[in-house]
Design a protein around this ligand. Structure first.
Ligand code: G3D
Ligand code: MG
Length: 194
């Protein structure tokens, strides 16, 4: 009887779980973005003050329950020496968010290089991709019209997967915090907020 009830409870309580990787160079705003997303989507979650967010060494995990599914976010350290760890997480990921610091023109080539290496991985074939041109609140930053063509140069690597480039400011909440995730051809979720 207990087993039966336990099984029923597990069935009712179960959620589809998906893993979303948040990647990008260090200082791009990955952890700030994850905090903003958690604050937006998690009831009663106050969020960490931006000044309290320190450099991610290793892995920072966030969980968001939304639309009957659970999204586990893995925000990985973006420093050059930590980028070699990214591929350990590829096989388990269902969606990718790649964050670009649009205010740092000098490091755009480095960001593009890390992006190309990432997107070339066979383990990520077909995995939906959201590129966020972050820090849009900073004057003279690169707009999405400038960022998009740079990453579109890798269209041959991106292939036919779902892909979007969006302007955001993780710090001010500018832009839509948007998740467009189609996990496979049967399951598709679009989560868009104002
Ligand atoms: P990371 O996790 O990609 O390494 P962080 O990046 O989230 O730690 O952010 C790095 C710095 O960029 C932080 O500033 C953070 O406040 C800032 N930042 C993140 N997103 C934005 C944004 O949209 N706009 C602006 N203006 N700044 C942003 P500090 O000063 O703490 O280093
Ligand atoms: Mg971080």
């Amino acid at each position: 009887m207990y087993t039966l009830l336990h099984g029923l409870y597990k069935y009712i309580a179960q959620k589809d779980e998906y893993c979303v990787l948040i990647l990008g160079l260090d200082n791009a705003g990955k952890t700030t973005y994850l905090e903003a997303a958690k604050t937006k989507f998690t009831k009663n979650y106050k969020g960490m003050k931006p000044s309290k967010i320190t450099t991610t060494v290793g892995l920072n995990i966030g969980k968001i329950d939304i639309a009957g599914i659970r999204l586990n976010f893995w925000d990985l350290g973006g420093q050059e020496e930590l980028q070699s760890l990214w591929d350990k997480y590829y096989a388990e990921s269902h969606a990718l968010i790649y964050i670009v610091d649009s205010s740092d023109r000098d490091r755009i080539p480095d960001s593009k290089e890390a992006f190309d290496k990432m997107i070339s991985s066979n383990c990520l074939n077909g995995v939906p991709l959201l590129v966020l041109a972050n820090k849009q609140d900073i004057p003279d930053c690169m707009g999405v019209r400038e960022v998009k063509p740079i990453f579109n140069q890798s269209a041959h690597l991106i292939g036919r997967r779902d892909c979007m480039v969006m302007p955001v400011s993780a710090l001010t909440g500018y832009g839509k915090i948007i998740l467009v995730i189609s996990f496979d051809k049967f399951t598709s979720h679009s989560i868009v907020t104002d």
